[in-house]
Design a protein around this ligand. Structure first.
Ligand code: PLZ
Length: 445
């Protein structure tokens, strides 16, 4: 079984029909009758199988995946360790509800989370189904533990689509428009965005802190919630010193520092977590996506005294920490260690930055190449300015798709192309994908 899957998916990008192919087009017509129009597909080819960095669609096209399902399949598609663990668990039992009758894998995941997240202090975790749910719970816990209500978030932030997380997310369209009213006691302050604001980390932090102190009041702040490298908002990497200064401010003012590592976590940036880069130790970390290799699992991990401040029964949910997702997380973390995917992310960074920085010399539409590890982006601008160029991003994504490469756009202005390859991608595959991206940028520029 496994070997026939291997031979049919292969290791090379190969486009054999127009994209999307006829079978994908037919499925796409069919979906219109039964799937809400509120859900869209960035790249409507229908997938049948995957392996490593390659997805096979229903028309027989071999697609190179530089998006990992938005930073989820970090260890690659159909990794044998994960397939075996999940298959065995499905055969054993699929659900009991951890709140009713528990099982060991839930504990083992929480032990792993305590081991890999920053800091050697005592930590406990609670498991959930989605990133949004983890963020919601982190906010609940922070408010209870501090006895305060205000949550400070940042420009360009993305934290989810549920009611509370919509309030935390910055961008109106498509995430929030006409979906209000939104949850109260959320305050937004400026992010460090070196390409645009030119500020040092210290100055950008001082700007944010001044706003918090004058408009919210330090004593009202339960937590600062921040993506250490912003994802949906445009792969914005704050200037060095920004995160440490904010973290220090929270410690001095009795507030909590919550790192939303849902997109940036689990080896993605060339460290286990993006905050590791500057040695920042959050009070609470939210994780999901890369944590369980595609099975729905999310976590809130924090200082034991904070996490354990919650009254008995205060946290939970029917499916949170589902046994199939839990063993998937254990297999994923083991694979990350065994294959040294932190190290691999750093190698991928070099390949991507070298190629894209050299491209930047030749074209006028790349304003900045940025990112860390296998979380790399180009910001597209109108030539000679910093004015966002969303049209270029759109045409680049479409060129990549037509040539069998998944590349994702992001950014408040839709003008950033982000690369999130599976960390098991080979050098050949990555170079092949970059050659398509380079051609796409040249065509757009
Ligand atoms: N926090 C930092 O990146 C999810 C969203 C895709 P969920 N990002 C992808 C979309 O358009 O819905 C994300 C994130 C960060 C929270 C979340 C939310 O995670 O699992 O999508 O709820």
């Amino acid at each position: 079984m496994v070997s026939s899957i291997e031979s049919s998916v292969g290791t090379e990008r190969k486009v054999v029909t127009e994209i999307p192919g006829p079978k994908s087009q037919a499925l796409h017509e069919r979906r219109k009758l039964s799937v809400s129009a509120g859900l869209t597909n960035g790249f409507p080819i229908y997938i049948e199988r995957g392996e490593g960095a390659i997805l096979l669609d229903v028309d027989g096209n071999h697609i190179l995946d530089l998006g990992s399902g938005i930073a989820v399949t970090t260890i690659g598609h159909a990794v044998p360790e994960l397939v075996d663990a999940v298959s065995a668990q499905v055969a054993a039992f699929t659900h009991t509800c951890f709140m009713v009758t528990p099982y060991e894998s839930y504990i083992a995941v929480c032990e792993e989370l305590a081991a890999v997240t920053p800091g050697t202090h005592a930590k406990t975790s609670a498991l959930f189904n989605s990133g949004s749910e983890a963020v919601e719970n982190a906010v609940k816990i922070a408010r209870l533990a501090t006895g305060r209500q205000a949550i400070v978030v940042f420009d360009h932030a993305y934290h989810g689509r549920t009611n509370l997380t919509m309030a935390l997310t910055a961008k109106n369209m498509p995430y929030k428009d006409r979906f209000g009213p939104f949850a109260p006691e959320i305050y937004r302050v400026p992010m460090s965005y070196p390409f645009i604001d030119g500020l040092s980390g210290a100055d950008a932090a001082a700007r944010a802190i001044k706003m918090i102190e004058t408009q919210v009041g330090a004593n009202n702040v339960a937590a600062l919630l921040i993506e250490p490298i912003q994802g949906e908002g445009g792969f914005i990497v704050p200037a060095e010193g920004f995160l440490p200064a904010l973290s220090e401010w929270t410690t001095q003012n009795g507030a909590l520092f919550i790192a939303d590592e849902i997109q940036s976590g689990f080896c993605r940036t060339g460290d286990w977590f993006a905050v590791d880069h500057e040695g920042v130790i959050p009070d609470i970390v939210t994780t999901a996506k890369g944590l369980a290799g595609g099975m729905p699992l999310a976590a809130v991990t924090g200082r034991a005294e904070i996490m354990n401040a919650v009254h008995e029964g205060g946290l939970g949910g029917t499916y949170g920490g589902n046994p199939v997702a839990a063993v998937a997380a254990l297999a994923t973390i083991k694979t990350m260690r065994n294959r040294n995917l932190v190290g691999r992310a750093r190698e991928l960074e070099k390949i991507m930055l070298t190629s894209l920085k050299s491209l930047q010399q030749d074209v006028a539409i790349i304003g900045e190449v940025r990112g860390r590890g296998a979380m790399i982006a180009i910001e597209l601008v109108q030539p000679g300015t910093k004015t966002p160029n969303a049209a270029a991003a759109k045409s680049i994504v479409s060129y990549c798709n037509k040539n069998g490469v998944i590349a994702l756009a992001c950014g408040t202005y839709g003008n950033v192309i982000r690369l999130l390859p599976p960390l098991v991608i080979t050098d050949e595959q990555l170079n092949d994908g970059l050659s398509v991206l380079v051609a796409a940028v040249r065509a757009a520029g």
